[in-house]
Design a protein around this ligand. Structure first.
Ligand code: NAP
Length: 486
C-alpha cells in the first residue's frame, strides 16, 4: 500500500511534493494532548503563485476531458478513501480531536461525495430554446469556470475539503486548495490519494501555510476565477472585498446561529435526543449546531429533565478512546471563546444545570458538556456562534414569538423544530429565514440536498446538483442558418 500517514508532510504543486519556498514549517498539535502531530510547510504567496500557474496550465486539457473520464478519477478516489478509512480517521481525530467513530463517518461521507460528483460530472446538461426566428437556434451550454481556489476549515477537515475538490473537478475546474492550519495533514493525506488516483499534474494543487498571504494571492492573481470557501462570516466578508478586484465568483459557506424549537406537541424524548446528537457532535463545533434552544413553557420542565439526564451521561475524553463521546475543542482559542460565552451568560443571570466550566486535569482543550438556563438575548451565547458543547435553553409562549426570536439574527444557515402538527410544519418551515430546516430531525445534511445559508451565512449552495453551479459558467450560443431554404 503506497498510502501512508507518515511524514514528511508537504505541499503538492504541479504533481510534485514540495516544501515551502521559505523552507519554513509550522507545527500541528493534537488538541487532546497538545502533542505535536507533525510539521507542515509554511507556504506563502510565491508558493501559491506556482500552484495557480500549474492549475492554469492544466485547465484546458482537464476541462476538455470527457466528463466520464473525469468521473472515473473521482470514483478511484472514492475507492481509495474507503480502502484507507482507518488511517484517515485516526489522522482526523489526531488533528481535530473528534471521536474516532465520528471521524470514520466523515471518511465515509467524503467517499460518498466523490461517488456522487463522479456521476454528476456527466449531468452538466445544456438547453435548446425555441427562437422567434425560424433561421436561428438558441443553445445554452455550461462550461467550467476555470481555476478554482478552495479554502476550508478544520471542523470537517476531510469532508468539506473533499466535497469542494470533488465538485470542482467534476465540473472541469482545476484547483488550488488551502486547508485550515489546525488540520492540514488530513488535507495532505487526501492529496496522496488524489496522486494515487493518477490525476494529471497541475489538476489538483495543495498549499499549506500563511492564510493571509495565500488568501491575498488567490484573490489578487487573476488566474483563480472562483473562490470556494467554508469558514467564518468574518473571513467570508474579507474574501468578498478582495474578490471585487477581479470580480471573482464566490461560493461562501459561512457561520450559523441555529435555533432549535420544541413546540408543546413535540415528542420530547425525540427532541431531547436530537439536541444531544446535534449539539455535542464534534464537541459542538459544527456550523449546523443548535446554538439556542427554545422550549414551549408548557413542556419546559419535562424537556429539561430529559435533556439533563442525557447530557450528564456524556463521556468526555481523547477521541481515540472507544468510550469517548465528546472530544476537546480544536485549540486554545476555541476553548477561550466557549469560556467567555458561558462566563458572560453566568454573569448576566444564567444558571448552569450541568457543567459550566473547563475540564480540569488535562493538558487538552476540554470543556464540560453544559446546559445553561435562565438565558436571554442580551447574552453573547444567544447572539453569536459558540462552537462548543454548551446548550442554552429558554422558553416561549407562542409560535409568533418564537419565530421572531429565531429570525432575529444576521445568520440564516440551519434551523430545527419539533412538532407533530402538519399545518404548523408548513407554516414554520416557510417562515424560518434559513437555508436548511429540519423538522423532527437535527442531523439533516445529505449529499443530494443543497447546503447553504440565507443572510450572512453565505452565498451559493454546495451538495446535490446545485453544488455544480458554483463552478460552471452559463454560455448562450445563437446560430443563424445562412443557406437558402432553411
Ligand atoms: P475561519 O477562521 O474563517 O477559517 C477558515 C479558513 O479560512 C481556514 O483555512 C483559514 O486558514 C482561512 N483563512 C483565515 N483567514 C484568511 C484570510 N485572511 N484569507 C484567506 N483565508 C483565510 O473559520 P474556522 O474557524 O476554520 O471554521 C469555523 C467557521 O466555519 C464557523 O463559523 C462555522 O460556522 C463555519 N462553517 C460553516 C460551514 C457551512 O457549511 N456554512 C461548515 C463548516 C464550518 P487558517 O486556518 O490557516 O487560519
Amino acid at each position: 500500500m503506497s498510502f501512508t500517514a507518515k511524514a514528511p508532510y508537504q505541499m503538492f504543486i504541479n504533481g510534485i511534493w514540495t516544501d515551502a519556498d521559505s523552507k519554513e514549517v509550522f507545527e500541528v498539535k493534537n488538541p487532546a494532548t497538545t502533542e505535536v502531530v507533525g510539521t507542515v510547510p509554511m507556504g506563502s504567496d510565491t508558493d501559491t503563485t506556482k500552484a495557480l500557474n500549474a492549475a492554469q496550465n492544466a485547465f484546458k486539457s482537464w476541462s476538455r476531458l470527457p466528463a466520464r473520464k473525469r468521473g472515473e478519477y473521482l470514483e478511484k478516489v472514492k475507492d481509495l478513501l474507503l480502502e484507507n478509512l482507518q488511517e484517515l480517521a485516526v489522522m482526523i481525530t489526531l488533528e481535530s480531536g473528534k471521536p474516532l467513530s465520528e471521524a470514520k463517518g466523515e471518511v465515509i461521507s467524503a467517499a460518498e461525495n466523490f461517488a456522487w460528483y463522479a456521476a454528476e460530472a456527466r449531468r452538466v446538461y445544456g438547453e435548446v430554446i425555441p427562437s422567434d426566428d425560424a433561421a436561428k437556434r438558441i443553445v445554452v451550454i455550461r462550461q467550467a469556470v476555470g481555476v478554482a481556489a478552495l479554502i476550508t476549515p478544520w471542523n470537517f477537515p476531510l469532508n468539506i475539503l473533499g466535497r469542494k475538490v470533488a465538485t470542482a473537478l467534476a465540473a472541469g475546474c482545476t484547483i488550488v486548495a488551502k486547508p485550515a492550519e489546525q488540520t492540514p495533514i488530513t488535507g495532505i493525506l487526501l492529496w496522496r490519494l488524489l496522486e494515487q488516483a493518477g490525476l494529471p499534474p497541475g489538476v489538483a494543487n495543495l498549499v499549506t501555510g500563511d492564510p493571509v498571504q495565500i488568501g491575498k494571492e488567490l484573490l489578487d492573481n487573476p488566474i483563480a476565477k472562483v473562490i470556494g470557501f467554508t469558514g467564518s462570516t468574518a473571513v467570508g466578508k474579507l474574501l468578498m472585498q478582495g474578490a471585487s478586484k477581479h470580480v471573482k465568483r464566490l461560493a461562501l459557506e459561512l457561520g450559523g446561529h441555529a435555533p432549535f424549537i420544541v413546540f408543546e406537541d413535540a415528542d420530547l424524548d425525540l427532541a431531547a435526543k436530537a439536541v444531544v446528537r446535534n449539539k455535542f457532535r464534534n464537541t459542538g463545533q459544527m456550523c449546523g449546531c443548535a446554538n439556542r434552544v427554545y422550549v414551549h413553557e408548557l413542556v419546559y420542565d419535562a424537556f429539561i429533565e430529559k435533556l439533563t439526564a442525557l447530557v450528564q451521561k456524556l463521556q468526555v475524553g481523547n477521541g481515540l478512546e472507544d468510550s469517548t463521546e465528546v472530544g476537546p475543542l480544536v485549540d486554545e482559542q476555541g476553548l477561550i471563546k466557549v469560556k467567555q460565552h458561558v462566563d458572560d451568560a453566568l454573569s448576566k443571570g444564567a444558571t448552569a444545570l450541568v457543567g459550566g466550566c473547563a475540564l480540569e486535569g488535562s493538558p487538552g482543550f476540554f470543556y464540560q458538556p453544559t446546559i445553561l438556563v435562565n438565558v436571554h438575548k442580551e447574552m453573547d451565547i444567544m447572539r453569536e456562534e459558540t462552537f462548543g458543547p454548551v446548550v442554552p435553553v429558554t422558553t416561549f409562549t407562542s409560535e409568533e414569538e418564537v419565530l421572531n426570536q429565531a429570525n432575529d439574527t444576521q445568520y440564516g444557515l440551519y434551523a430545527y423544530f419539533f412538532t407533530k402538527d402538519a399545518d404548523r410544519s408548513i407554516r414554520v418551515s416557510e417562515a424560518l429565514e434559513y437555508g436548511m430546516v429540519g423538522i423532527n430531525d437535527s442531523l439533516i445534511t445529505a449529499i443530494q440536498a443543497p447546503a447553504g445559508g440565507f443572510k450572512e451565512s453565505g452565498l451559493g449552495r454546495e451538495g446535490g446538483h446545485w453544488g455544480m453551479d458554483e463552478y460552471l459558467e452559463v454560455k448562450y450560443v445563437t446560430h443563424t442558418m445562412t443557406s437558402q431554404g432553411n
